[in-house]
Design a protein around this ligand. Sequence first.
Ligand code: HEC
Length: 120
Amino acid sequence: MKKKTILTLTILTTLLASCTNDSEADLVDVPNENTVTYTNYVKNVIDSNCLFCHGATPSNGAPMSLTTYSLVKDAVLNRGLLDRISRPQGSSGMMPNGGTRLPQTTIDAITKWQTDGLLE
Ligand code: HEC
């Protein structure tokens, strides 16, 4: 009986340990139920996927910086940020420009940020 318990525990531990993140995008926690805010979610995504071009001094032809809450909020309201990240992989104007489309869960979470009121 005891042996069986230990075996069960070992299997459980192995299963849990195998639930790791294998892609960088997955490392960002997607807040499902919780309110999405700039600070708890969006900043992290923008910092790792957009600042390469949309940095404090925009580069590679990017027209604006996305380094602060108000800049990112402005891009959602006036520059079609959600449309750009939602375009199909490889289509013209998709962001990140010339890169890989963000995971759908990330796009959904940023869409939720807008529905939640673009909170800081
Ligand atoms: C490799 C460089 C590069 C990366 C990375 C990049 N962009 Fe861009 N972005 C550009 C360039 C160049 C333009 C201007 C050309 C265009 O409008 O398609 C642009 C334009 C935009 C625009 C439209 C601005 C306007 O006023 O019309 C938005 C919104 C945008 N980017 C958001 C993002 C977001 C969000 C990310 C990250 C998910 C991102 N970009 C990543 C280069 C980049």
